[in-house]
Ligand binder design. Structure first.
Ligand code: AKG
Ligand code: FE2
Length: 326
């Protein structure tokens, strides 16, 4: 017998959203875990039902499935739909570790982190200046090898061609600048270990974790590249003032990060960070920050990328909607 969630998806595909919603609501009333998890996702996305993060958190708590528990642990870690509860997130990982290998993996990684009782880092790499204007610093050993591997594994199944939102056509199209594959970690995928990593990225960049856009992992195969571009966008009132890149692997040739207007071509080793400023003092994009991911010659390059805003956005990003900005 197909699950309620599968039936609801089939109804949605046929365009019958009223029946899909009725089926899911009935499933939720019976306490069906898959139905509750699905309604939680709709509530995060604001699809078919109103966006309601506290109600989504309540549905996840009632669902009691591995999928829902993964998301709920992240919501507790971040503080989505209710208060932030880092200890509660860790307790959930402990509780699920025997049934969910990813919970066990996260728990082990977090146990190895030098963090305080709120999940904030106790020490950070010593920055090494590469340029003053624009500010560019290397952050050696920002992530450990197992942390890089976790991001690589979690993104693996979700990597897809990088897309941007085309305002004229009102749809997502292939990104003409970036032909890598990309996977985002929006709030439903920002599980506790990923969130602890994001807190470290925030501390290392001197920003609040809420200023960071969705963490992304980019994968470049031979010949793929990120053509010269600025990360800041003209006209944004809450500008992408900083970028933090983390090199996630070593097994490739080429693929350096090249600053087109500076004599600077940089490639970190696995786990190393690269932090740079994208804006002028008046918040306009700084042309000197133009950079590229050079074509990969052989092997596969994996890099994590976090665009950091001047201020926290008004609403947390649900499903990587930042891509619509690019
Ligand atoms: O892959 C690289 O080296 C550059 C990535 C980049 O420019 C970005 O993510 O904004
Ligand atoms: Fe960039």
């Amino acid at each position: 017998m197909p699950s309620v969630a599968a039936e609801a998806l089939a109804l949605l595909q046929r365009g019958d959203s009223a029946s899909a919603r009725g089926l899911i609501d009935a499933g939720c009333a019976r306490g069906d875990g898959d139905a509750l998890a699905m309604r939680a996702l709709w509530r995060v996305e604001g699809r078919l039902v109103l966006r309601d993060l506290p109600a989504a958190r309540a549905d996840l708590a009632a669902a009691d499935t591995i999928g829902a528990a993964r998301i709920l642990a992240g919501f507790l870690a971040i503080g989505i739909g209710g208060t932030r509860d880092w200890a509660g997130a860790l307790a959930m990982l402990d509780d699920w570790a025997d049934r969910d290998p990813i919970a066990a993996q996260q728990r082990a990684l977090i146990a190895a982190m030098a963090i305080d009782a709120k999940g904030d880092p106790l020490d950070l790499p010593m920055p090494q200046s590469l340029s003053d204007n624009p500010m560019i610093v290397a952050l050696p050993g920002l992530l450990t090898a197992p942390e890089c591997d976790l991001l690589a594994t979690l993104s693996d199944r979700r990597l897809r061609p990088a897309l941007i939102f085309h305002e004229g056509q009102k749809r997502f199209i292939a990104d003409p600048v970036r032909d890598s594959d990309a996977a985002g970690f929006p709030i439903v995928s920002e599980w506790p270990a990923v969130h602890a990593i994001n807190r470290r990225l925030a501390a290392a960049s001197g920003t609040a974790v809420e200023q960071g856009e969705t963490l992304q992992v980019l994968r470049y195969r031979p010949g793929q590249q990120y053509r010269p571009h600025l990360d800041a966008v003209p006209g944004l009132t809450n500008q992408r003032s900083l970028t933090l890149l983390i090199y996630l692997n070593d097994a490739y040739d080429g693929g350096e990060t090249h600053f087109t207007r500076l004599p600077l071509t940089h490639r970190g080793r696995k786990g190393d960070g690269l932090l740079f400023a994208n804006t002028l003092p008046d918040s306009r994009p700084d042309p000197m920050s133009e950079h590229a991911g050079l074509p990969v010659q052989s092997g596969i390059k994996l890099i994590a990328s976090r665009w950091i805003r001047q201020r926290p956005p008004e609403v947390p990003d649900g499903f990587g909607q930042h891509e619509a900005m690019a």
